[in-house]
Design a protein. Structure first.
Length: 486
């Protein structure tokens, strides 16, 4: 079995290949097209999302190939011409990508990845873009919500055993780190991505010794630096914390520190009692870690009530997305080359939220008077907002809603990251992506970041984009009306 499934160009939906053969047969594949990756709504009823997965995607695109056994499989399906399979034998993605940076704070409708390639190439990579970016966006966003709920505290990602398969676990560890987690229990992710690996002990360690105290002493003697005792195997307050204090004070006598961990019970009550007992015993530097099906709502409540928690271990609800199973990212055609020009195209839907924005677009973050972002603006590629020049920003639906603003700062959010089969520029490290996320989210007003009923951040389109969008809609509606009349 291929250990890198993302490197196989078979990692796509079957209809992408049948359409690709159709383009090939009709010599349509040479036409350059532009696709946008964007999403339609924030997960978790939130007010922001976090962009993640780009490095994983670029690695996949650099290595995206049809191997001989891939082609043999396609041939066995009986639906592909030999000439087309011979063409696929030399397939390599050579298109161009512009994208947001990993760790960026993102909002619905924005073009976060812009793909420019021939029709066949752009079609085949749809699956790998959506699979890679959607999942990591989901988990990075969840991690960010958990991190904010903790008061930007210490979050450990503990989700390996509950994640959706091998790649789900690895991708979740990577994305959770971007979103604020400071470490993972996933050793493989630690090796692959350089994420700090963390862990204490399981209940089985405690249960395997004749007594809880012996178990704690054995672990402390093996790992004296940073020992954390799991104290809820039998009885947290009657035995667990008492034995942890005994073993912990022996560690402290030799110059070491220790902590305790709770994985069950009433976390609010138990942490207060555990903290009281630790302090009364003189173990004031001992730390408290909690786990047990935590999510951002539980953590926010515990922080609000000032539960004495130092570190949060979050597993299932972090690496699976919890109550929101998927990110709503889509990949839509926005322009087709005709001669020397590109013709803007768009999907028109009876559901306004599914109507797309046409043309080759850029994306800018606009500030007005301070360091707090005011809105994000979609424009055509050749128009750029200028500092000090008044502009009118329009609602993406193209209706009457608009906003006049004089930018005091303009940030382009899309950057060229891939061209001619390889990356462009320097790829930031995972740690740099996490630091970028923390810096970017600190710019936003707290009303956009709150867990409950967040303020809606403005995403707008330029006047030129609005004009073209409305003209395409009007032309389509006229055509439909004429056809109905006929």
């Amino acid at each position: 079995m291929n250990n890198e499934p993302l490197h196989s160009a078979l990692f796509t939906d079957y209809y992408e290949l049948t359409m690709a053969q159709g383009f090939w047969k009709r010599n349509y594949m040479g036409r350059t097209v532009v696709y946008d990756y964007f999403f339609r709504r924030h997960p978790f009823a939130g007010g922001f999302s976090v962009f993640a997965g780009l490095d994983t995607l670029l690695d996949a695109l650099e290595n995206f190939r049809f191997e001989q056994d891939d082609l043999a499989y396609l041939e066995s399906l009986g639906n592909f011409d030999k000439g087309f399979l011979d063409f696929l034998a030399n397939f390599k993605f050579t298109g161009k990508l512009h994208a947001a940076r990993e760790g960026e704070i993102i909002f619905p409708q924005e073009p976060l990845i812009r793909v420019e390639a021939d029709m066949l190439q752009a079609q085949i990579i749809e699956g790998v873009i959506l699979n890679t970016i959607n999942f990591q966006n989901l988990i990075a966003t969840k991690a960010a919500r958990v991190w904010l709920a903790s008061g930007k505290g210490h979050i450990m990602e503990f989700g390996l055993r509950r994640a959706q398969g091998v790649d789900g676990a690895l991708s979740a560890s990577r994305a959770a780190f971007i979103g604020g987690a400071f470490g993972t229990s996933n050793t493989s992710a630690g090796k692959r991505f350089g994420i700090p690996v963390l862990g204490t002990m399981a209940h089985s360690w405690v249960m395997s010794y004749p007594s809880e105290l012996e178990a704690f002493r054995a672990y402390a003697s093996t790992y004296p630096d940073g020992t954390v005792f799991l104290i809820d195997t039998y009885n947290t307050l009657e035995s667990g914390i008492e034995n942890a204090i005994t073993a912990g004070k022996e560690l402290e006598a030799n110059g070491h520190h220790f902590g305790v961990r709770l994985d069950s019970g009433d976390i609010d009550y138990l942490t207060r009692e555990v903290r009281r007992k630790l302090d009364e015993a003189g173990c004031k530097t001992a730390t408290i870690t909690v786990s047990n099906d935590l999510d951002e709502s539980i953590i926010e409540h515990l922080v609000a009530t000032k539960a004495p928690v130092d570190t949060w271990g979050v597993g299932t609800n972090l690496v699976t997305g919890g109550n929101d199973a998927a990110f709503t990212g889509v990949y839509k055609l926005s322009a087709i080359q005709e001669g020397e020009e590109f013709r803007p195209v768009m999907k028109i839907s009876d559901n306004p939220e599914k109507t797309t924005n046409p043309g080759i677009k850029s994306l800018y973050r606009i500030y007005n008077g301070d360091e707090v972002p005011r809105l994000d603006l979609m424009t055509f590629e050749n128009e750029e907002p200028k500092i000090g020049e008044p502009l009118t920003a329009y609602h993406p639906s193209g209706d009457y809603r608009q906003l006049q603003i004089v930018p005091t700062k303009v940030e382009p959010l899309l950057h060229k990251v891939f061209e001619n089969g390889r990356r462009v520029g320097v790829t930031p490290s995972l740690k740099e992506n996490q630091e970028y996320f923390k810096q970017r989210i600190s710019l936003f007003d707290a009303t956009y970041l709150r867990q409950l009923n967040p303020h809606i951040y403005k995403v707008s389109i330029s006047g030129n984009l609005k004009k073209v969008k409305l003209s395409i809609i009007a032309e389509n509606q006229t055509s439909r009306y004429v056809n109905i009349k006929k």
